[in-house]
Design a protein around this ligand. Structure first.
Ligand SMILES: C=CC1=C(C)c2cc3[nH]c(cc4nc(cc5[nH]c(cc1n2)c(C)c5CCC(=O)O)C(CCC(=O)O)=C4C)c(C)c3C=C
Ligand SMILES: [Fe+2]
Length: 409
């Protein structure tokens, strides 16, 4: 008798794959993700459809070159203690929670119902939804107003400093970089929020959340490029291959040991003046990027991914300036929407621009400077927050995040 076909795979094959997935789930971590991705989303058993797990442990932190999930929370923490022991104990708790949440778990209560539950609970039964939690240290972690609170000043990485003030900055002083940034991403917003919320709880007495941003991206099926709130495909020239990551993303020689295999996160909150944009002609919009709005093809090219003929681009277009900088970065941006601006009635919306690079002084800052001085996009944008973080290499099982930075000091 022929084995029954189930959505393109035979029943026998399906059962074999289910066994692999079950085994991988029992082990936890990346194995489960790998096994599930063998099914492809449509063939995955319903109970696991939201449960793709990405390993928290690894040579590099997850959430940097990981394919972008749909939702982002970015939180900036201020450490409120000078005690290194308390700091380490929080980082240990954060690490334990991060591995648990990435595996779709939640914190178990002690059994004493006179105490608050250990976990806020809103992610129970939801799965992992490709949750990643990525940590970065701000400049003030190492030297806070000249004070070396944790003895780590000598280990400040080479390229970590404040992003210099730019000509078109409208920075809001409420959004300083802070001591530690946490980037939480997942394909389910509630799962992502749950993770940040419980990190805040675990930090109690040691660190407080200074600010939090919420972002989203919506990619069409078949791996097509998502569009930003100006309606343009955003991420076309971002398809870095594995072999490019060493050159572009991962910090290496010249860095303290704890940063080798890590990366620098550059962050800009950029308000997009949607009302101004929506009143602009299609030609003005396309000239701004040097690309077709509908197809995403560069001026003078046919397909979205065709090489960009730089001579055909308006000299002050966004893409021409990015090319002119001759630098590469790895972008991981999310759109945001907020409330209506009370004074003007305009929408508060834009882009949480995140990029990872191995040397922001050489890659990101010159590109930003060039864009700030000449980019047509500046007519439609305002940069309202700016920060740079050093994201350490990945965590090995049994270690805690930042361990190699804080050990033996
Ligand atoms: C300093 C770096 C960058 C900032 C800040 C930035 C803001 C920003 N970008 C868009 C929309 C698009 N950007 C596109 C391409 C692109 N942007 C950057 C860098 C910054 N963008 C780079 C390096 C590139 C790649 C250029 C190339 O090599 O071709 C595009 C085109 C499509 C694509 O390649 O992704 C769009 C669209 C907005 C709206 C924005 C701030 C609000
Ligand atoms: Fe851009």
């Amino acid at each position: 008798m022929q084995p029954k076909k189930d959505a393109g795979i035979s029943r026998r094959e399906f059962l074999k794959l289910s066994a692999v997935a079950a085994a991988a789930l029992a082990v936890g971590g990346g194995g489960a993700g790998a096994a599930l991705s063998m099914f492809g989303q449509s063939n995955a058993p319903a109970a696991l459809s939201n449960d793709e797990r990405l390993n928290f442990y690894g040579a590099h932190q997850a959430g940097i070159i990981t394919a972008q999930q749909k939702y982002l929370y970015l939180g900036s923490f201020r450490i409120i203690t000078d005690s290194k022991a308390d700091l380490i104990s929080m980082l240990k708790e954060w690490t334990k929670f991060s591995t648990l949440a990435a595996a779709g778990g939640y914190r178990k209560s002690s059994g004493n119902n006179l105490l608050p539950p250990a976990d806020s609970g809103e992610a129970m039964d939801l799965g992992a939804a490709k949750l990643t939690i990525t940590y970065g240290f701000g400049e003030s972690f190492f030297l806070d107003d000249g004070k070396d609170r944790f003895g780590a000043a000598g280990r400040k990485p080479s390229h970590l400093s404040r992003i210099p003030r730019m000509p078109k900055d409208h920075l809001d002083p409420a959004f300083q970089a802070g001591d530690i940034a946490v980037q939480v991403c997942a394909d389910d917003q509630q799962i992502a929020f749950h993770a940040l919320r419980n990190l805040i709880r675990l930090a109690s007495g040691t660190a407080i959340l200074n600010w939090m941003e919420e972002g989203f991206t919506s990619a069409p099926p078949d791996g097509k490029t998502p569009r930003n709130l100006f309606g343009f495909k955003d991420g076309t020239a971002n398809k870095l291959h594995q072999s490019d990551f060493d050159e572009v993303v991962w910090a290496g020689t010249g860095e303290p040991e704890w940063m080798r295999g890590g990366s620098y996160l550059a962050y800009r909150k950029i308000r997009m003046l949607l009302e101004v944009w929506d009143r602009s002609s299609l030609k003005a919009q396309e000239d701004t990027f040097g690309r077709s709005k509908e197809s995403g093809a560069a001026y003078g090219a046919v397909g979205e991914f065709d090489p960009v003929p730089v001579s055909e681009q308006p000299v002050d277009s966004h893409v021409a300036l990015a090319k002119q900088s001759r630098q590469s970065i790895h972008r991981r941006a999310y759109s945001y929407t907020g409330a209506i601006e009370p004074r003007t009635g305009q929408l508060d919306a834009g882009l949480l621009f995140l990029s990872y690079q191995r040397n922001p002084q050489e890659q990101f800052i010159p590109m930003l400077r060039l864009m700030q001085s000449r980019d047509r996009l500046n007519e439609y944008t305002q940069h309202i927050a700016s920060a740079l973080y050093a994201c350490p290499a990945g965590v090995r099982e049994g270690e805690y995040i930042g361990q190699s930075l804080l050990k033996d000091i």
